[in-house]
Write a protein that binds this ligand. Structure first.
Ligand code: SAH
Length: 226
């Protein structure tokens, strides 16, 4: 069950084609190994076309990353689903931190599934647009911040789940420090040409259990604010 179902206004003006396209995407995700039915349902119901430029609306429900301006991309739906599922696998986190708000799509997927989402973006204009989308969708459980996400969000931590949607060659220490002792972190790690999706789980004693979840391709985690 979704914790925060979207209000009926989120579905206004959707034609049959769009609903069909979403159903098709949901089927594809299941066929491609996504097992958490709540995650599939979140992606089926969230209007991904709200998160991209009108010129790309006809491609909104394809399983592909798309440009969102400023050289950034909205992630491929399968990757969003896989990362979300990996983050929720050991139980329901209460507070989730996302680094790299981008379009706001991943934050909204999370916000329909968990009680509270915190998201940090370094490009002010992208954050402004994402905030408008959060308001339009009536989601009150997302807090967002314009900052260098390599610093995490110290004032609001610790978080029992953290997701990075941009890739660095390592996970910044301030972010690791903001994970609860048994928290879960999912992040792409590596160089621009070769990245692996990594999951860390705190063992409760200050160490992490690390797993590699496969190859991915993300925009780079940059420093400073844009
Ligand atoms: N989660 C996003 C994916 C956006 S792409 C979505 O669903 O659309 C990754 C985003 O990370 C970009 O918007 C980029 O500006 C941002 N980013 C890169 N480095 C960052 C940093 N150090 N702090 C915060 N955001 C960062």
């Amino acid at each position: 069950m979704n914790v925060h179902p979207l209000p009926p206004s989120a579905f206004k003006g959707e034609g049959l084609t769009s609903q069909r396209a979403r159903d098709r995407l949901a089927r594809l995700l299941k066929e491609a190994g996504i097992r958490n039915p709540d995650v599939v349902e979140a992606i089926r119901t969230i209007p991904r076309h709200h998160f991209i430029d009108q010129a790309l609306h006809s491609r909104a429900y394809e399983n592909t990353a798309l440009p969102i301006g400023h050289g950034q991309t909205i992630s491929q739906p399968w990757v969003v689903a896989r990362m979300t599922e990996a983050l929720l696998e050991f139980g329901m986190p209460q507070k989730v931190l996302e680094i790299g708000t981008g379009s706001g799509y991943q934050a909204v997927v999370l916000a329909t599934l968990v009680p509270q989402v915190y998201t940090v973006e370094r490009i002010e204009e992208l954050l402004r647009q994402a905030r408008r989308r959060f308001r339009q969708l009536g989601l009150a459980n997302i807090r967002s911040r314009h900052d260098d996400g390599k610093l995490g969000w110290a004032d609001e931590g610790p978080f029992d789940a953290i997701i990075l949607t941009a890739a660095g060659d390592a996970i910044p220490t301030p972010i690791l420090d903001q994970l609860t002792p048994t928290g879960v972190l999912v992040a792409p790690v590596g160089s621009p040409s070769s990245q692996t999706l990594v999951r860390l789980r705190g063992d409760g004693e200050g160490d992490f259990i690390q797993e590699e979840l496969g190859a991915v391709s993300f925009v780079p985690l940059l420093g400073g604010i844009g």
